[in-house]
Design a protein around this ligand. Structure first.
Ligand code: FAD
Length: 291
C-alpha cells in the first residue's frame, strides 16, 4: 500500500498555535516535521492520523546557538544543519560524528532533530548521542514548558514522554570545561541504520573522569544508556584499561535481539567494542590530541 489514508491538514503558525491545534484535534492528530518517518508509516498504513499539523513554519524551533551556558538546538533543525554546525564541532563533536552516519543527504536535508527524537526508533542515532551528553529536552504544552533529561525522554520503542498535546521545542546540552565526545557506528552499508552504535562523552579533571555519559543504540540498552559502565568510570583514572573494562560492563547489560542486521552475540560484542572505541576517542579529544 503506497497511498496514505485520507487526512486533514493544518499549518501551524507558532508553537502556541500548534499546541492549540493538537488540543482541538485530539490524539488522532500528529505533528509533521520533516516527514521522513511519519509519511512512510502513513503510506504503509502503520500510522493513520486524522489530522496532520505541519510545524515547518515555526521559526521558534529553528537555530543552533549558545544560550545560558548550553548548546541549544531547535527541534526543527535539520540533520544537515547540525552536521555543518561550527558550534557542534567545537563543543560536542559526537553530534557531528553521529550526523555523518545518519541516512543520506536527502534524508539529512529534510529530517529534523525533533522528529528523530520523537519517532523514538530503538536504532536511532541522536538519542544515543544526546544520552551520552546528558542533554535535556524542552517540551511545551498548554500549561507551559518542562525539562526532561534525554535519558528519561524515551519510555520504550517508539514511545516518549511527550504528551498528545505537547511539542518538543529544543534540546539543550550544558557546556562544561574538559569535555571530549565521540560516536562510533557499525552499519551494513553507508547510510543504513545501525547494526550497533555507541557514543561517549567525558569530562576530565586532569586525568580523572569527573563525569561521563555513554549512549548505545540498536542493542536494547534501556533508555539508550549504560549506567553501570558510567558508574564504573566516574571518579577513576581515564585509562585504556578502564575504557576496555567499561566496554565489557556495557556489553554485559545490553539486551540485543537478532534480526537481519546480525545475531545477538555479535551485537553484544559490538556494544562493548564501540563503547571502548568511543571512550578512547572522547578522551583523546578532551586532551586535545585528536580533533
Ligand atoms: C531512508 C532513511 C534512512 C534513515 N537512516 C537513519 C539512520 O541511519 N539513523 C537515524 O538515526 N535515523 C535514520 N533515519 C531516520 C531519520 O533521521 C528520521 O526519519 C527523520 O529525521 C525524522 O525526522 P522528521 O523530521 O522527518 O520526523 P517526522 O517524520 O516528521 O516525525 C516523526 C515523528 O515525530 C513527531 N514529531 C516531529 N517533530 C516533533 C516535535 N517537535 N515535537 C513532538 N513530536 C514531533 C511526529 O508527530 C512523528 O510522530 C532514516 C530515515 C530514512 C527515511
Amino acid at each position: 500500500m503506497q497511498v496514505p489514508a485520507q487526512f486533514d491538514y493544518e499549518r501551524a503558525t507558532g508553537v502556541r498555535h500548534a499546541i492549540a491545534l493538537l488540543t482541538r484535534y485530539g490524539p488522532e492528530s500528529r505533528l509533521v516535521a520533516g516527514g521522513h518517518s511519519l509519511i512512510p508509516m502513513m503510506k504503509l498504513r502503520i500510522a493513520n492520523p486524522e489530522t496532520l499539523i505541519d510545524i515547518n513554519d515555526l521559526d521558534e524551533l529553528t537555530g543552533i546557538s549558545i544560550t545560558d551556558g548550553a548548546l541549544r538546538i531547535g527541534a526543527m533543525v535539520r540533520h544537515a544543519e547540525l552536521l555543518d554546525s561550527p558550534l557542534a564541532v567545537e563543543h560536542f563533536p559526537i553530534l557531528v560524528d553521529a550526523e555523518r552516519v545518519i541516512a543520506d543527504p536527502v534524508v539529512r536535508n529534510r529530517g529534523t532533530i525533533g522528529g528523530s527524537l520523537c519517532q523514538a526508533d530503538p536504532s536511532e542515532d541522536l538519542s544515543a548521542a544526546f544520552t551520552a551528553l546528558h542533554a535535556v529536552a524542552v517540551i511545551e504544552g498548554e500549561s507551559g514548558r518542562r525539562e526532561v533529561p534525554a535519558r528519561e525522554f524515551h519510555t520504550g520503542p517508539y514511545q516518549t514522554v511527550v504528551g498528545d498535546a505537547e511539542i518538543l521545542v529544543e534540546v539543550r546540552v550544558p557546556i562544561r570545561t574538559g569535555s571530549g565526545s565521540a560516536y562510533e557506528k557499525v552499519e551494513r552499508r553507508v547510510g543504513d541504520w545501525a547494526v550497533a552504535a555507541g557514543g561517549a562523552a567525558l569530562w576530565l579533571d586532569g586525568d580523572t573522569v569527573g563525569e561521563v555519559g555513554i549512549g548505545l543504540t540498536a542493542v536494547g540498552a534501556a533508555h539508550f544508556c549504560a549506567p553501570q559502565a558510567e558508574d564504573f568510570l566516574r571518579g577513576g583514572p581515564a585509562t585504556e584499561e578502564r575504557f576496555a573494562e567499561a566496554g565489557r560492563i556495557a556489553a554485559e547489560h545490553v539486551r540485543p535481539t537478532a534480526d537481519q542486521r546480525g545475531p545477538e552475540d555479535y551485537k553484544r560484542h559490538l556494544a562493548g567494542e564501540l563503547t571502548t572505541r568511543a571512550l578512547r576517542r572522547a578522551a583523546a579529544r578532551a586532551r586535545g590530541s585528536e580533533a
